[in-house]
Design a protein around this ligand. Sequence first.
Ligand code: EPZ
Length: 430
Amino acid sequence: MDRIKIVGGNRLEGSIPISGAKNAALPLLIASLLTADRLTLKNVPNLADVNLLARILRNHGVDLAVDGKRPGPKQHIGETFHLTARDIVDTTAPYELVSRMRASFWVLGPLLARMHKTRVSLPGGCAIGTRPVDLHLDGLKALGANIEIENGYVVATAPGGLVGNRVVFPKVSVGATHNVLLASALAKGETIIENAAREPEIGDVAECLVKMGVEIEGIGSSTLKIQGRDRLEGAVHAVLPDRIETGTFAMAVAATGGDVTLTDTRPDLLQNALDILAKTGTEISRTHNGLRVVRNSASMNPVSVETQPFPGFPTDLQAQFMALMTRAAGTSVIRETIFENRFMHVQELARLGAEIHQHGDTATITGVEHLHGAQVMATDLRASVSLVIAGLMAEGETIINRVYHLDRGFEQLEEKLTRCGANIERLSGD
Ligand code: EPZ
């Protein structure tokens, strides 16, 4: 198994290109199931999760051609995927594939909408919490689906097709919003989704559906009004920039000190996180196609945060921000309100010398003067990258085990950091 070795202490200087967003690319790829025509997606990041989803889609009969695999320094410019689901040859999404990536459960809505029946494995729990799917199922039931759970599978049917309806989510869910939004595109008549998640990745999927011929009002708001169509057309769409990757690198620069320009991204996608970061004493300014992050001062202000659905501080940046706060000049409090068990990084950060006390959904971090390199273990994607940030700050050598988590969501992480002066390398496993 590969490991990552970091020798901490180097300032980061230079520029880092930001890739297309994983969490937009995944539902956009799934949107290809809605049409027999070709959907072309540009700026798709080359990630393990994307490649796994591509396998799942091929299993359903999606014909997939990829171009834009560029060797050399421009590799980061995402790939272009051409997806054509002329015939859906298999409406079952099997346990072996769905259990490896939760977002693959989102094929449920589109397959049901197009084929009127589907069987999708329940995704199961994961490291960050129990993550139920009740909201997905209730949303689809509101569109007329009959749903049974049989042998670990969701068996969904809608003999006459799905029918638009009002779906009121009792709780904000990114995945349930994606599932119902995608399904409603092929439902008869109007669907209104209330209390929809407002994450920019949902807006990106909605924009793509509009290009495919669906009428959608309220994009970016918590009420989406969708006029379903009998059939959707093909489209060409570019995946929006990855706000979590953007925030992660901004926090890495704040952590090490330095001056880095993040290109091909949009500050408005993570304004709340950037405002929080600015309070730590990090200078952030807009550039023509991204942002510049500068930190020169040795001392960092402690700042407390609470994770919230968009436009609040994202749970996907919580671990990275905690890594940063381990060296703040004082005490900060981080409250995780989205997932009940997303503090797996706490004990790994402690191995590097961090002082963190966790109680329920709250972690209290007392900044220390120095972190010291150690062996640590990656537990989930964002926790893993928080260990990278901590390793970049720590004195001496940090070895991160189980880095396959990083490959799920960060494209060319070591290359991007190395180009800015970090001492980081991958040690390939046996
Ligand atoms: C998406 O997960 C993201 N995944 C996650 O990113 C992200 O952390 C999360 O949204 C929150 O922003 C992708 O986009 C692929 P939710 P999702 O449904 O859709 C509860 C990463 O690292 N809930 O918004 O699974 C749930 O338990 C990943 O890139 C129900 O109770 O998250 C949680 O407490 C990790 N019933 C809350 O809602 C349901 O039916 C929010 O979950 C569904 C969810």
